[in-house]
Write a protein that binds this ligand. Structure first.
Ligand code: NZQ
Ligand code: ZN
Length: 390
């Protein structure tokens, strides 16, 4: 049965090959001073930077740049951006990049007028924003996180070995996002496939929870099938527009809050993956791929009906004459095969995790209660150990 909920998503999307023109419609709505946020230079190499600057200038904007947002943005970078935006009297923040750049832009947007320390207030204490927010728009260059249409922002503190996500309300969602699938063509294969698995994981985190008959589960099965199909094409032919555009669109729907409405969700793979990220600074999607098979094998007996359904409806397993466990195992085996075929990392060892880190990683993993099995510390350790062996 669907639980009660409120649904609203204020982000306007411009999708397709000409979508950057949407900036001309949006920019006049905001003030003169624009903070242009981007990463470590990919947008300069592939020409997106020049295209964006041209449109900003044509709209008479004063441009302040905040470059060098690293993958897994750090608390130090947030402090730097917080002070820069304060001084610049910024009216609008334009993020041009992947999830890290979009997340960081949102973190700066809520921090500028915050009197408190933003890391402590929004991430350690998880408080809501109660100050003025600077509006954000995104030009997305990587599909995966869903940050272009949600209120999520994830910041890493390497000193305290914590990677924490705050999911803000709709007042923090990007006002608009520009989604041109062609922009994703220049992604290195490692980042591209990490993004594919991030999408897969977002869907699975919401699918493997609950036992009720829920429309979201049917939507998710469709999204998963489309993702599996298109990812197989994209790894062979990264410039296949059909595949890349489908993946970009699936990515948005996987985490723009719709499929979570009225149902319970898990998110333990993300909690453990983020903790691996805090220790290694590894690519987000790969931390999830390295945890997923050991995690799902472990929780499968507690949610056998859903794992059976996953095998039959997503992986087309023929269930005839087989036991529930056999069917469920065959589904997970198909997923593992697909993961290896598209080149995902299957072991946290490959991400730089060593035995002496396991206890700390388990301790930094926030334990959530929505999944089929609420894990304890020892169970997290044993999942990590299985991943080390893979
Ligand atoms: O720094 P630049 O030059 O931009 O290069 C990036 C970066 O090195 C590169 N890249 C992006 N687009 C490119 C490109 N290179 C060539 N061509 C392009 N078109 O790819 C690298 C990774 O980029 P990043 O933004 O870090 O990747 P992703 O989109 O996976 O974002 C990861 C961050 O998002 C958080 C993660 O934890 C991580 O910090 N997440 C955010 C979520 C949300 N907002 O809801 C949910 C997710 O679960 C996730 O936790
Ligand atoms: Zn994710």
């Amino acid at each position: 049965m669907l639980g009660n909920f409120t649904y609203s998503n204020p982000t306007k999307l411009y999708f397709g090959k000409d979508s950057l023109n949407g900036l001309n419609e949006e920019l006049p709505k905001y003030g003169k001073n624009v903070l242009l946020v981007y990463g470590s230079g990919s947008i300069k190499k592939n020409g997106i930077y020049d295209e964006v600057i041209k449109i900003l200038k044509a709209n008479n904007k004063e441009i302040f740049e905040d470059a060098g947002v690293m993958p897994n943005p750090t608390v130090e970078k947030l402090y730097e951006g917080w002070l820069r935006a304060k001084k610049g009297n910024v009216d609008f923040i334009l993020a041009v990049g992947g999830g890290s750049v979009c997340d960081y832009a949102k973190a700066v947007s809520v921090s500028v007028y915050c009197e408190d320390d933003p890391w402590e207030k929004f991430f350690l204490r998880m408080e809501d924003v109660d100050n003025k927010i600077i509006p954000v728009g995104c030009v997305l260059t990587m599909a995966g996180t869903g940050s272009e249409m949600n209120g999520g922002t994830v910041i890493t503190n390497h000193d305290s070995k914590l990677k924490i996500g705050h999911v803000f309300g709709e007042n923090v969602f990007p006002k608009f996002s520009i989604m041109n699938p062609v922009y994703t063509f220049t992604l290195p294969k490692y980042q591209m496939t990490a993004g594919f698995f991030d999408i897969m994981s977002h869907i699975l985190e919401q699918y493997f929870s609950g036992t009720d008959d829920n429309t979201s589960d049917y939507i998710m099965e469709g999204l998963l099938k489309s993702l599996i199909h298109s990812s197989e094409i994209a790894v062979k032919k990264p410039d296949d527009y059909e595949a890349r555009s489908n993946i970009m669109w699936i990515s948005t729907w996987a985490l723009n809050t719709l499929i979570a409405k009225g149902k319970s969700t898990d998110w333990m793979v993300h909690m453990i993956g983020q903790s691996v990220g805090a220790y290694t600074d590894a690519t987000h999607g790969m931390t999830l791929s390295a945890i997923s098979i050991p995690y799902y094998k472990y929780i499968m007996p507690y949610g056998i009906e859903k794992f059976k359904r996953f095998a039959v409806n997503v992986w087309n397993i023929n269930a005839e004459g087989k036991s529930d466990v056999q069917i469920a195992n065959e589904g997970l085996a198909c997923m593992e095969k697909w993961m290896k075929e598209i080149g995902l990392v299957m072991s946290i060892k490959e991400l730089g995790v060593t035995e002496d880190m396991l206890d700390g990683i388990a301790k930094s993993s926030f334990i959530l209660e929505g999944g089929y099995k609420v894990l304890n510390h020892e169970e997290i350790i044993s999942i990590l150990k299985e991943s080390m062996k893979a």
